[in-house]
Design a protein around this ligand. Structure first.
Ligand SMILES: [Zn+2]
Length: 424
């Protein structure tokens, strides 16, 4: 990287810290999805300074969008002086709930040594600030650059992204030809490139029985026992089979390099008793039991096959277990997304990490998902990765923090990416 850009980014340390703190101090908790308009306006004021055209876009009608909690997004674009590719940085502006265990003000943005503390510091306001500072430094160093730089701040990533990137993708903002390269500065670490994520299939399984007096259970049919048979089949067949399916996706941590299934919830029969409840329960054979499952899906499996596998298991029980009947309802599906390691955004980042940090970039994939799914499926743009500063394990934890040196290093890498893509 040229010394001019590197020095300019190093000199912007205080500004980067100030911007990160400003972003953290806007409490954009999701749910309910608050202060989206305020953080978009903060970004707009900031980005207009360097000549970005900004548009604020509300995802009207998206899940969760109400007049009390409107889903606002910002897309900003800075044209270069000649034709060339468009490089887009996308950061989600929402943060998860605070939770217990904080020793600092979650929205106070305390700066202590090399760390900035706050909810959203690493996931991912620090990454968004690093991309902004990198772009500003690049524009100041190379006013004649080719192509365009876009920076978006989007809502609702933590709740599926339907009021954010999914909405923008549906409206064509990520169409190939409009945008060429997308980097999402999620906290994956400054020397790692995240190629994608596993998919997910969430569903509800309901078993049915027949209500009867609890003293004569043989006169009814217990839906919870039927669900027990489902769990037994999971243990005997499904869990061992899932664990044996190893993916070529570089998913971290290693335990997630297989298909997984979590039982999110299980409800059947009488409601749970409150600790202060002095009433005795009524004696009934439960006629309904409902399980919520979260199946994480490998790119080699596909979501349809994962869903069909569960349905087939339930059908086998129906054919062999007397009285067994079920209903299966899909709650949500997320496609697995995996960008080709030879895609231009990947090889450019690899080169930029080598140039800037002298390190060989590691490829990773996320066990959960992030907004890449929408850019891939709805936007049909395959040239997208996550790359940004921060320690993934700190996301959603109490006393979340971002390292200032890490932000500066990843800003230099992003600056180098711009040099490689937007200079003739
Ligand atoms: Zn995130």
């Amino acid at each position: 990287m040229t010394d001019a850009l590197s020095h300019r980014i190093a000199d912007s340390r205080d500004d980067l810290v100030a911007l990160t703190c400003e972003l953290i101090r806007v409490p954009t908790r999701n749910p309910p999805g608050e202060n989206y308009r305020a953080i978009c306006e903060l970004l707009e004021t900031r980005l207009r300074r360097t000549g970005f055209d900004c548009q604020l876009i509300r995802a009207t009608g998206a899940p969760g969008d109400t007049d009390a909690f409107p889903r606002w997004n910002i897309v900003s674009r800075r044209e270069g002086r000649r034709p060339g590719p468009c490089l887009h940085f996308n950061g989600h502006t929402d943060v998860v709930t605070v939770g217990e265990g904080w020793t600092r003000d979650p929205f106070g943005a305390a700066v202590e040594g090399d760390r900035i503390y706050g909810r959203g510091a690493c996931d991912m306001k620090g990454g968004l600030a690093a991309a902004i500072v990198a772009a500003e430094a690049f524009i100041a160093t190379y006013p004649d650059f080719a192509g365009a730089i876009e920076i978006s701040g989007t809502a609702d990533e933590e709740s599926g992204g339907y009021g954010g990137v999914a909405h923008l993708a549906r409206e064509g903002w990520f169409a190939p030809g409009r945008v060429d390269h997308v980097i999402i500065p999620e906290p994956l670490g400054k020397d790692r490139i995240c190629l994608g994520h596993r998919g997910a299939w969430w569903a509800e399984i309901e078993t049915r029985g027949e209500i009867a007096h609890g003293s004569m259970p043989f006169l009814g049919d217990c839906a919870v026992r039927h669900m027990g048979a489902v769990i037994a089949a999971f243990e005997a067949e499904l869990f061992p089979s899932l664990a044996a399916r190893r993916t070529d996706m570089p998913v971290i941590p290693d335990g997630a390099r297989a298909g997984t299934l979590n039982i999110n919830a299980l409800h059947g029969g009488a409601p749970e008793r409150a600790p202060d409840d002095t009433a005795l329960p009524a004696c009934n054979v439960p006629d309904r039991c409902v399980m919520q499952i979260d199946r994480r899906v490998l790119v080699e499996e596909g979501v349809d096959a994962a869903a069909e596998e569960i349905a087939a298991l339930l059908d086998r029980l129906k054919a062999t277990r007397p009285g067994f009947d079920y209903a299966l309802r899909e709650i949500n599906r997320v496609i697995p997304s995996m960008t080709d390691p030879d895609a231009p955004v990947v090889t450019t980042l690899q080169g930029a990490i080598a140039d800037t940090l002298g390190a060989e970039a590691a490829f990773v994939a996320s066990p959960g998902s992030y907004d890449q799914k929408h850019i891939d499926r709805i936007g049909t743009l395959k040239n997208c990765v996550a790359y940004g500063p921060g320690i993934l394990e700190l996301a959603h934890k109490p006393d979340e923090w971002i390292g200032i040196t890490d932000m500066l290093d990843s800003a230099r890498v992003m600056g180098r990416v711009m040099e490689r893509l937007l200079l003739p």
